[in-house]
Structure formats: structure tokens, C-alpha cells
Design a protein around this ligand. Structure first.
Ligand code: GDP
Length: 298
């Protein structure tokens, strides 16, 4: 993903790299080219506007102050602004003072939540936690079974609906799962929830009810980076509905344009915490804005 964006931006740097002097026209040409590349990659318009205005202003200041090596300076300014729109420095997960830490997943159907639950469970285990996955997606017929399979692959136990703990009632499954985790002293609980193909009020209400039942320390909004322009609207709907504290970008291994997903931190004001890069339980990493920016600008 982002190969085209990356090629376009690095090509635009060729004109300025190593130049001893930069004119306003040089800056304008480079910034315009980057602007076009960002828009073509589906980065949201307000984000592109903010980005180009900031870069242009700082670049002109650098030229006015006769910075040494202004071409290199411009590249650094672009890099820093890109890091900024990607959400800046990474933060750690919010952990409970009194475990278990409760992490709830939210997002559309197919976004990659169930797959992520396994990945996150495995990652938490590596971080020294004892996680429990809770199957509160009862919408998709196969979702519970799928969570059990990813749980097995990740080596993490799964709380699934059974008679007495909330069959048919995702809120009750979440509640009993959390009680079980408290009872057995699990240190982290990951609650998988149902999504629909599009945002609808019933789905959002169910997510809100689960949220209110388990009072999560983190609500992670899982966003399929391949859904293109819809990413921003979907993120806004979840922000205004159930709300969330962090974003997980999934399917970053795809070859779609994906720029809309890059806009999500700026648009929603919440950081991207993790990236999912494939179907395997190991295809998962912490998201670092600076590393993503250098990948794009390399
Ligand atoms: P959910 O409906 O949100 O629980 O989504 P799933 O976890 O079932 O994922 C939907 C589909 O996307 C499944 O076929 C997954 O294997 C696939 N998937 C999930 N995450 C990724 C990813 O990071 N990359 C790729 N290529 N596929 C993924």
C-alpha cells in the first residue's frame, strides 16, 4: 500500500534535493505535486489542506531565514508534517490500575475485528499479560467459531456464549466474560463485537450497550484501509456513536490507495495504535507514525 503515493512524493523531492537555493516557485511546485499525490491517494481534503498550508508556511520561513541546505530542510518539513497527520508520537495502551484491562473492538463487519482479537491476544500475551477473548459478535453465524479458531492459534482462551452465560445476548456474554476474567484473574480482556456492512443505529446501540456493560479502558475502532473514501465517514459515525480511544488500521498489506485511512487520526483526534498487515495471527504491529512516514518518503 502507498507505493504510488511514495513514488510521487519522492519524485517531487528530486527537483529540490541538494539545491543550494530554493525560490518560492520551487516550494510551490513541490507542495502542489505532493498535494495532488495525497488527493489521488484518497487522503481527506481537510487533512490535505492543513498539511499543505503548514508545509508551505514552514518552507517559506526556512528559505527566508536562509537555512543551509533548504532542499533537505523542505524534505524534513514534509516528513514532520506527515508524522503529525498520522497522529504524532505513539502512546501506550491505557491499562487498568486494577486489572483486568478491558479492550473493546468496534467497526464494520469485515473490518478485521475477529482476526485482530487473536492478534491482539497474542501480542498481549507476549507483553506478559494473561488475556481472555470474549465472543460478543453474535450477529455473524460463524463469528464465535472463528474467534475460537483465532484464539487457539494465538494460544489465548475464549469466552463463548453457552447456556447460562448469555446465549443470544451479546451484552450478557460481555458481562459474564468480564466477571469470569475478574474471578480467574486474567489481566486483560478483549471483547469482539458485531459489525454490519454499513453503519446502522441498531448495531451502534448494541456497541453502546456492550460498552456500558464492561466500561472499557480502550475502545479500538478497527478500520479496513481498503474501503477508500468511506473510511472517514465510517470513522466519524463510530466516533459520534460508541466513541473510541484508538484506531487499528487493518489490511495495510492490500494494494488499494488507502490514503483515507491515513486521515483518520487527524479527522477523529484519536491515534492509530496498531496496524494489521495480513490474515495470519503474526501479521500485526504497533503503529508508529514516524516509521510509516519514512516508509512513504523513502
Ligand atoms: P470482522 O467481521 O470485523 O470480525 O472481520 P474478520 O476478522 O472476520 O475479517 C474479515 C476478512 O478480512 C477475513 O477474511 C480476514 O481473514 C481478513 N483480514 C483481516 N485482517 C486482515 C489484514 O490485515 N489483511 C488481510 N489481507 N486480510 C485481513
Amino acid at each position: 500500500m502507498f507505493a504510488n503515493l511514495s513514488d510521487r512524493i519522492t519524485a517531487s523531492f528530486k527537483q529540490v534535493r541538494g539545491k543550494g537555493r530554493l525560490s518560492e516557485a520551487d516550494i510551490d511546485a513541490t507542495v502542489s505535486e505532493i498535494r495532488r499525490a495525497l488527493l489521488e491517494a484518497d487522503v481527506a481534503l481537510p487533512v490535505v489542506r492543513q498539511f499543505t498550508a503548514n508545509v508551505r508556511q514552514q518552507a517559506k520561513e526556512a528559505v527566508a531565514s536562509q537555512a543551509l541546505n533548504p532542499g533537505q530542510q523542505l524534505i524534513k518539513i514534509v516528513n514532520d508534517e506527515l508524522v503529525e497527520i498520522l497522529g504524532g508520537a505513539a502512546r501506550d495502551l491505557h491499562l487498568a490500575k486494577n486489572p483486568p484491562t478491558v479492550i473493546m473492538l468496534a467497526g464494520l463487519q469485515g473490518a478485521g475485528k475477529t482476526t485482530l482479537a487473536g492478534k491482539l491476544g497474542r501480542w498481549l500475551r507476549e507483553q506478559g499479560h494473561t488475556p481472555l477473548l470474549v465472543a460478543s459478535d453474535l450477529q455473524r453465524p460463524n463469528a464465535v467459531n472463528q474467534l475460537q479458531i483465532v484464539g487457539e492459534r494465538a494460544g489465548v482462551p475464549v469466552w463463548a456464549p453457552e447456556p447460562g452465560n448469555g446465549v443470544g445476548d451479546p451484552v450478557q456474554v460481555a458481562r459474564t466474560g468480564l466477571a469470569h476474567a475478574q474471578d480467574k484473574q486474567y489481566s486483560a480482556v478483549v471483547v469482539d463485537t458485531a459489525g454490519r456492512l454499513g453503519v446502522d443505529t441498531e448495531m451502534m446501540q448494541q456497541a453502546i450497550d456492550i460498552r456500558d456493560a464492561v466500561d472499557p479502558h480502550e475502545i479500538l475502532f478497527v478500520l479496513d484501509a481498503m474501503i477508500g473514501q468511506d473510511a472517514v465517514h465510517t470513522a466519524e459515525a463510530f466516533r459520534d456513536g460508541v466513541g473510541f480511544t484508538g484506531v487499528v488500521l487493518s489490511k495495510l498489506d492490500g494494494d488499494a490507495r488507502g490514503g483515507a485511512a491515513l486521515s483518520v487520526a487527524t479527522v477523529t483526534g484519536q491515534p492509530v495504535l496498531f496496524a494489521s498487515t495480513g490474515e495470519k495471527v503474526t501479521d500485526f504491529e504497533r503503529f508508529h507514525a514516524d516509521r510509516m512516514a519514512s516508509r512513504i518518503l523513502d
